[in-house]
Write a protein that binds this ligand. Structure first.
Ligand code: HEC
Ligand code: HEC
Ligand code: HEC
Ligand code: HEC
Length: 230
């Protein structure tokens, strides 16, 4: 009798353990997918240009990705969500309480993008997954009505399609590079605004051909050593 009870309780324990483990792995599977950031890469790049390699492991995936015509972003919606050119965009969707400062709760959608059923849109890939306090800079849209339009001059975004020196030559980068080192995050994949989606994500080393258009640069005078001007 005791032996039988022992065997039965052993099976009951095994059964409960099975349910607990199965439930745990099922709950894990329900989390929105995310791929951890690679700790380091073996690319030896010029430090100021290393950002262009940040998503290079996805370059070939982007090349083969089909275009989902119905859910494309355009530059108009892109600019509408920013107070001025280069400003951090506001968060256009609801955010749960537990997604407080950001971090992994935002990165599970924004690290690699992908289609989000509940917002019926592709999550834009963040160019800066390492700045984990997302809400330090990105705020939710709480109201559309409280503020009146002011007459502050807004920063005009540079034009696209006019930055080539010659027909067919690589366009210059018309925007600043700071916070925009990670080119593929904005220029590739289904969340990239359609006007600036790059036709050649597989070329990876973007700045080999595209140079920043630094319009503020002033001519450097010829150097003359003091007391040497005869
Ligand atoms: C369930 C997936 C998901 C989660 C979690 C999520 N987002 Fe988003 N996010 C999206 C999608 C999809 C869009 C695009 C919405 C659209 O285009 O209508 C978006 C858009 C944005 C944008 C606008 C980007 C732009 O270029 O205009 C910002 C900023 C943003 N999210 C920040 C956050 C922050 C911060 C968090 C964490 C507090 C977060 N998101 C959590 C899916 C998500
Ligand atoms: C230090 C401030 C700061 C922090 C912290 C920050 N961002 Fe940003 N973010 C910006 C700015 C500024 C831009 C606009 C860059 C531009 O347009 O040049 C931006 C752009 C974005 C975009 C738009 C990319 C696109 O395709 O246009 C997304 C998405 C985004 N951030 C998500 C996040 C997420 C998620 C986090 C947290 C993991 C985060 N950001 C943390 C300042 C910040
Ligand atoms: C935060 C998102 C973002 C990142 C990161 C980014 N860009 Fe851009 N890029 C844009 C936007 C938006 C435009 C359209 C003009 C503007 O608003 O500045 C643009 C325009 C361009 C153009 C001009 C295209 C044309 O048709 O004239 C080139 C070239 C370009 N980017 C190259 C790059 C390179 C190279 C990098 C990486 C060093 C990079 N971009 C990083 C958002 C981004
Ligand atoms: C080997 C040189 C080279 C490299 C590397 C390169 N590009 Fe280009 N890119 C070009 C040329 C040439 C054009 C002009 C194409 C045309 O006019 O048909 C161009 C055009 C573009 C445009 C305008 C839209 C388009 O696709 O025609 C964008 C945006 C752009 N490149 C971004 C990038 C980004 C981001 C990278 C890095 C992943 C990159 N490029 C790497 C040569 C290059």
């Amino acid at each position: 009798m005791r032996k039988r009870l022992g065997i039965i309780s052993l099976f009951v324990i095994l059964f409960i353990a099975f349910i607990a483990i199965w439930n745990y792995s099922y709950q894990l599977g329900l989390e929105e997918a995310y791929i951890p950031i690679e700790a380091s890469s073996n690319v030896h790049a010029i430090p100021s240009e290393s950002g262009v390699f940040k998503r290079s492991q996805h370059a070939l995936d982007y090349e083969g990705m089909p275009v989902d015509g119905k859910h494309q972003r355009s530059l108009t919606t892109y600019y509408n969500n920013r107070a001025y050119h280069g400003a951090p965009p506001s968060i256009p969707h609801s955010v749960d309480e537990h997604q407080n400062m950001g971090g992994q709760s935002c990165l599970k959608c924004h690290e690699n993008g992908g289609f989000t059923e509940k917002f019926q849109a592709y999550a834009p890939v963040t160019p800066h997954p390492e700045l984990v306090n997302c809400k330090q800079c990105h705020v939710e849209q709480n109201t559309q009505t409280l503020f009146k339009t002011g007459d502050y001059a807004s920063v005009v975004a540079p034009e696209t399609g006019v930055n080539n020196a010659l027909l067919g030559s690589p366009p210059m980068i018309p925007h600043q590079i700071q916070l925009r080192e990670n080119c593929l995050s904005c220029h590739a994949g289904p969340s990239a605004p359609k006007e600036i989606r790059v036709s050649h994500p597989e070329r990876v080393n973007c700045r080999q051909c595209h140079v920043p258009n630094n319009k503020e640069m002033t001519a450097v005078e010829t150097f003359k050593r003091a007391g040497n001007e005869e």
